[in-house]
Design a protein around this ligand. Structure first.
Ligand code: ZN
Length: 305
């Protein structure tokens, strides 16, 4: 059953039913409300007009609500599926593909980053309707998870891009990515930059952080034979295009901005961002695993490493 609780604008006679939801004994995990019945902290996308969960003030109710259709259902399940997929991919790769411990380590860092990102996102989208403190805390975790994924994606690429180079060079690039990631976290997790009005700023921070990969990327491509290394590099470009496209779509909120109310449940911008992130993770994995295979098994470079 889907009970639509609506608070008409300007109506004095109707109580704000969303405020009554936390009362004990009320099972509201399958309820949805219209945008104008939401508390301010949940109403951060004015183009999604209906199908919102009310404030639930209960973790079990928030979890149960994941099994009903509302504005966050698809966001919850896309990244939950991503988490499961990453675990399966990690087990497969680390047990059957990896040739040595440093290959395992560099890919484990990447898999862990992807898991943390999509795991935090799943929890965030599940618990955002609990209460304002939960929404605020898990939004920060969600943003930090994206930063972790971006920085962790550097690990296999830097390791195998500079496979035969000194450890200092790898440490320099990984350390730089780590420091840039810390700086990005400092911005996206700051209280003053939370809220929908800073959506563009956050997207820009994520995109700029991702673009710091241009440094080691260009170094890698120009310090090796252009071919076939450009083949591997092209996967990085595809990954960047996916992340940047997702970031822009998230920032401008298309398609719901163009047709408000038509994408409340399906195909809203945030869901497109999630799909872009998942495809970006797959692209990163595919390119990095091909590069690792090429350098270790085809070229058989630096067997002492
Ligand atoms: Zn999300």
């Amino acid at each position: 059953m889907n009970i639509s609780l609506q608070r008409k604008k300007g109506s004095q006679s109707l109580p704000d039913l969303s405020k009554a939801l936390p009362e004990k004994g009320l099972k509201r995990s399958d309820s949805t409300v219209k945008l104008d019945a939401l508390p301010e902290f949940l109403a951060d996308n004015e183009f999604l007009l209906d199908g919102h969960r009310p404030e639930l003030n209960s973790i079990p109710e928030c979890v149960k609500s994941a099994f009903f259709l509302h504005t966050e259902t698809c966001n919850i399940w896309t990244h939950f599926a991503g988490c499961v997929g990453v675990v399966i991919l990690a087990i497969h790769y680390l047990l059957t593909e990896s040739q040595n411990w440093h290959q395992s380590l560099s890919f484990a860092v990447f898999f862990a980053g992807a898991f943390i990102c999509m795991g935090c996102s799943t929890v965030y989208h599940t618990l955002i309707c609990h209460s304002e403190p939960y929404a605020r805390f898990w939004a920060k975790m969600d943003y930090c998870g994206i930063v972790v994924l971006i920085v962790a994606s550097f690990a296999p690429w830097v390791h195998f891009g500079f496979y035969c180079d000194s450890s200092n060079l790898k440490l320099f690039y990984l350390g730089s990515a780590f420091l840039c990631g810390m700086a990005a976290m400092f911005v996206v997790a700051a209280d003053r930059f939370r809220g929908g009005e800073y959506r563009v700023l956050r997207a820009v921070v994520f995109i700029v952080l991702g673009l710091t990969g241009l440094g080691p990327g260009l170094h890698y491509i120009f310090s090796h034979d252009m071919w076939p290394h450009f083949y591997f590099y092209s996967w990085l470009i595809i990954m960047a295009v996916l992340y940047i496209s997702g970031g822009i779509i998230y920032a401008v909120r298309i398609p719901e901005r163009l047709w408000p109310g038509k994408f409340d449940i399906w195909c809203q911008s945030h869901q497109i961002l999630h799909i872009c992130v998942m495809l970006g993770v797959l692209t990163c994995y595919h390119g990095a695993s091909k590069l690792a295979h090429y350098r270790i098994e085809v070229l058989n470079e630096c067997p002492d490493i």
